[in-house]
Each structure stands twice: as structure tokens, then as C-alpha cells.
Design a protein around this ligand. Structure first.
Ligand code: ATP
Length: 535
């Protein structure tokens, strides 16, 4: 290699390492910020926490509730054919036999004998695939820099020797991996790990155990005596609570196909490797909607929900370029189409939501195991059938994390000052306005309280009189409060306050009677609903 080229390659490598380190650093800061400013705490922290279980704190719970409201309303308010339910977490154990979770909700796990660390075998191999992909992307990036505007990426990918070599390696590994996963051939998964010389990131060794299956469901006993006790599970998804209630809802609600049932609730998975903060938890919350349709119309509805769900995400204004679809190549046994909506987290594009065409698998299975007829009589066709289902399934916690990651910013201000600010969408912000008397005397606190009392029925409002105004602004910036309202001596005579805006830091003099409308205009969820309803 030419000296210049060696230097360029070296520089690119360093650049990439720096970007990765910076992103990792930013992520650590976001996690620390979540704790310091009352968004997310480790569960039972006084006992050193519990792996991959977290509590939402005073600000976190407000943000989370706002996310849930946005989702719930956009399903049940905006769609007259979608209704909600709230099913119990405990369900009859046969539910999980019928759904396939008892037999097939497994992850292949492998241990490293030296570090005693446990990994998902499939994740180790997927990381290896990602490394090859990374190499290809770096070649493309380098060539892009070299050729500038005239660069033809498609042609480069189809003809460059090094890219083709990496691509052939990727294709072969991917094929072998897909075959092994489809057959759940555990010996083959181990052999791939050995052949690819994958090492444990902690010990650096290849001293692996065999690959074993691990069921992700938590179980417990229901009943007072050991003899009479029944083994039940904590639900690993909320969807089954909807399927087993399909007939009840359809009949009591006189629902006509197509119609949907929405639900928000906790789900539990005994994840083997839990990491990346609230991205992969053992207790988490899902927002799922099952849409029941006529067989044969599933591709049309799948496309419809794919579009609608992406629009829902984009309406928040976090940046359209931060989302992408990831269509599944390997489909679950019950699905005939599936895609993920991925969001650009500091640790890469990651799944936030899944949209699945589940055929009539679940309803048919429940009909088989319960012995009940679970069908729909279609008056137009004058015949009965088992409805097909399109599912949209999003994790509240991953949604929360994506919002925090895109909102968090460290800003350099004029005069060398810095501030940490959460540019949260105003409609989701935990606190909409903070009212602050300039000083703690001369009747200003009383006036500030009066303003707060006027606003608090409609908006989450707080009051702060401690420290300098500058420090109080910073505290509100750090939790993403869009409006700070300062009451000063002039307020008592001119009936105006100073409104300071979080994002621009600009200040305006506003009449007290105009405050309500000013805040409403920026924080009303109807703004989002209207966006969703326009084409
Ligand atoms: P992954 O591949 O990341 O394990 P999954 O495909 O198993 O996710 P689904 O079963 O499709 O996830 O669940 C739907 C949604 O529930 C996911 O898109 C995600 O937002 C959320 N979710 C799933 N598992 C977890 C978890 N352990 N912690 C937090 N959220 C989760």
C-alpha cells in the first residue's frame, strides 16, 4: 500500500474509533442524566439494584405517561374501529402452550468458561456479520471521500474487489447462520462461533460451552398448597391478552371487521444478556394493537400500518433521518410479513417497534386448545372465517430511550458558558411551565402562586424560587421544560411576565391572560393528532 493510503486508512480508523468513543461517552452521560434529574432510577438501588430492572422517577413517569397517551389516543380516539382493553398479567397457562411460547420462546445461550459470562449465540454471530458489514461500509466511505461528487456507490459495490470479497464472506456466513437458526441447530451455531474464531469480549478466549436453549418466560406458582399449585407465567407479551378476548370484545362491542384492539401493559422476559440501560429490560412495557382483518387483505393492511406507525414516530419531530424500516428475512413461523421500525440510538440503529402480519395463527391455536369456535361471521360474504391479524407492537421504554437520546444536548453558549438541555417535544415534556418569582419577597411569590394556580388545571406546572434566575433556568433546561415564567416587580403593576423559551433562550414580555393560550398552542396533543390525520 502507498504511504499516503496507509496514513488515510489509519486516519479513518482513528476517526471511527473517536466517533464510537464519543457516542459511548454521550450514552453514559444520558444514563447519568436520567438518574440525576429524576427520570429513571435503578430498581431497589439501596440494595445495589436488580439486573435490567428500572424504576421511573418523578419526571420519567410524566414523560412516560405522555408517550402512552399519545399512542393510546392515536389508536382509540382517531380510529373509531379500534377499542382498548386492559387484560391481567397472569393468564391461564394453556395460553402459552397455544401461543407456542412454552415450546419455542427460547434463545440459544452460550457461556465462556474463562470469564463465566453468558451470551446469546445468535447475537455473537450477528455481531460478527455486522463487523463484515462495517468493513464494506468503510471501503465505500473511503472511496466516497476519494472520488467526491462523481462517486457511483452502486457501481463501486458491484465491482470493487475488496468489497466483493467481504460481501461473499457475509453472504456465506449469513446463509449458514439463517439455516442453523431456522432448524435451531445448536451444534451448528457453536460450530459457526468456533469457525469464525469469535472470542469472548471479556476474557478474549474461545473457551466456549455448548449452546443450550433457554426459555425466556418467568414462571411462578399460583395456589396455596404445593400439591394444588399451578405453574403460571408472567406474560412475555401483551398480545395474547388481546387474542383470548377477541370474541368477548367483538361480540360485546358489536365490532365489524376490520377492527382493532389496543392495549398498554407490562411484559416480562428473562433476557440472557440485558444491557444498554432501558433498551433491554426484564420487566418492560408494551403498547400493542392487533388489527383483525379478512384473510387475503393482509398485505394491504400491513402496508397501511407500516406507513401509519412511521408517521406517528415522525410527527414528534425528532428528525426523519433517524428512522428506518428493517424488513425481516427470517420470519417467525406464524408470520407472513414483518418489519421493524428502527431508531438511531447512540449505539446504532435499533428496533423500537415491530409490525407483523401474524396470519390467523394465534386465533386458530386458541380455538384448537380451548375447543371454542373463534370465528367471525361476515354478513357481506355470508360466511364465517378466522380473521387474520396485523400487529403493531412498540416498547414504551425503548420509545422513552429514543426520545431521551435525541433530546439530550450539551450546548456551548456565548461567553464560554455551557448548558445541558433536553429538547423534548413540548407535547411530551414532563413539566410544561415553571413559574418563578424574581425574589422571595415584595408579594412576588404570592403573584407567582396565583399564576401557577391559574395554569395548573391544564398543564403540569411547577414553582421555583430558589437560587438565581440563571440557575433556575438551567434546572428547567435539564428536564426539558419548554416555558419559564418569571414574575418581577413590574408584573404587579403592568400585569405582564417574562416568558423564557427553552430552545432559543429568548425572552418575551407576555400578558398574564395570554399565558394559557401560549402554552396550549405549543403543548396540545391535538397538534400531533391533526398531523396524523393529514395525508
Ligand atoms: P429484540 O429482537 O430486540 O429482542 P423482539 O423482536 O423480541 O425484540 P418483540 O417481541 O417484537 O421484540 O416486541 C415488541 C417490542 O417490545 C419491541 O419492538 C421492543 O420495543 C419491546 N421490547 C421487546 N423486548 C424488550 C425488552 N427486553 N426490553 C424493553 N423493550 C422490549
Amino acid at each position: 500500500m502507498h504511504n499516503c493510503q496507509i496514513l488515510r486508512t489509519f486516519a479513518t480508523k482513528i476517526e471511527n474509533l473517536i466517533t464510537m468513543a464519543t457516542q459511548e461517552e454521550t450514552f453514559k452521560k444520558i444514563v447519568a442524566h436520567c438518574k440525576e434529574y429524576g427520570f429513571v432510577f435503578p430498581s431497589s438501588e439501596i440494595y445495589d439494584g436488580l439486573g435490567a430492572v428500572y424504576d421511573y422517577a418523578q419526571n420519567g413517569v410524566e414523560l412516560k405517561n405522555n408517550i402512552k397517551r399519545y399512542w393510546w389516543d392515536s389508536m382509540t380516539l382517531l380510529h373509531e374501529n379500534i377499542v382498548g382493553i386492559d387484560a391481567a398479567i397472569f393468564m391461564h397457562p394453556t395460553t402459552w402452550k397455544a401461543s407456542g411460547h412454552v415450546d419455542a420462546f427460547n434463545d440459544p445461550l452460550i457461556d465462556n468458561r474463562d470469564s463465566k459470562k453468558r451470551y446469546r449465540a445468535d447475537v455473537l454471530i450477528e455481531e460478527q456479520l455486522a463487523k463484515i458489514e462495517d468493513k464494506i461500509n468503510k471501503e465505500v466511505e473511503k472511496a466516497h471521500k476519494r472520488f467526491g461528487e462523481s462517486f457511483d456507490e452502486a457501481q463501486f459495490r458491484a465491482t470493487n474487489g475488496r468489497v466483493l470479497e467481504h460481501q461473499a464472506k457475509w453472504d456465506a456466513l449469513h446463509q449458514r447462520y439463517s439455516d442453523a437458526m431456522n432448524k435451531m441447530d445448536l451444534d451448528e451455531l457453536k460450530q459457526i462461533i468456533l469457525d469464525e474464531e469469535i472470542v469472548c469480549p471479556i476474557s478474549g478466549t474461545r473457551n466456549w460451552t455448548d449452546v443450550r436453549q433457554f426459555n425466556l418466560m418467568f414462571s411462578t406458582d399460583m395456589g396455596s398448597t404445593a400439591d394444588g399449585a399451578m405453574k403460571i407465567y408472567l406474560r412475555p407479551e401483551t398480545a395474547q391478552g388481546i387474542f383470548v378476548n377477541y370474541l368477548n370484545v367483538q361480540k360485546t362491542g358489536r365490532m365489524k371487521i376490520p377492527f382493532g384492539i389496543a392495549q398498554i401493559g407490562k411484559a416480562f422476559r428473562n433476557e440472557i444478556v440485558a444491557r444498554q440501560f432501558i433498551f433491554r429490560m426484564r420487566e418492560f412495557e408494551q403498547m400493542e394493537m392487533q388489527f383483525f382483518i379478512k384473510p387475503g387483505t393482509e398485505m394491504e393492511w400491513f402496508e397501511h400500518w407500516k406507513q401509519f406507525r412511521l408517521k406517528w414516530h415522525k410527527a414528534l419531530g425528532l428528525g426523519d433521518e433517524k428512522y428506518r424500516y428493517h424488513d425481516h428475512e427470517k420470519l417467525a413461523h406464524y408470520a407472513n410479513a414483518a418489519t421493524d421500525i428502527e431508531f438511531q440510538m447512540p449505539f446504532g440503529f435499533k428496533e423500537v417497534e415491530g409490525i407483523h402480519s401474524r396470519t390467523n395463527f394465534d386465533l386458530s391455536q386458541h380455538a384448537k386448545y380451548s375447543g371454542k369456535k373463534i370465528e367471525y361471521f361476515d354478513p357481506e360474504m355470508n360466511q364465517s372465517y378466522t380473521p387474520y391479524v396485523i400487529e403493531t407492537s412498540i416498547g414504551v421504554d425503548r420509545m422513552f430511550l429514543s426520545i431521551m437520546c435525541s433530546a439530550y444536548q450539551e450546548e456551548q453558549l456565548e461567553g464560554g458558558d455551557t448548558r445541558v438541555v433536553l429538547h423534548l417535544p413540548a407535547v411530551l415534556a414532563p413539566v410544561k411551565a415553571c413559574v418563578m418569582p424574581l425574589v422571595k419577597k415584595d408579594g412576588l411569590p404570592e403573584k407567582a402562586r396565583e399564576i401557577m394556580d391559574m395554569l395548573k388545571f391544564d398543564f403540569k406546572t411547577t414553582y421555583d424560587e430558589k437560587d438565581s434566575i440563571g440557575k433556575r433556568y438551567r434546572r428547567q433546561d435539564a428536564i426539558g421544560t419548554p416555558f419559564c415564567i418569571t414574575v418581577d416587580h413590574d408584573t404587579l403593576t403592568d400585569g405582564c411576565v417574562t416568558v423564557r423559551y427553552r430552545d432559543t433562550m429568548q425572552q418575551d414580555r407576555v400578558r398574564i391572560e395570554d399565558l394559557h393560550e401560549l402554552i396550549r398552542k405549543a403543548t396540545d396533543m391535538k397538534l400531533l393528532y391533526r398531523k396524523l390525520m393529514t395525508e
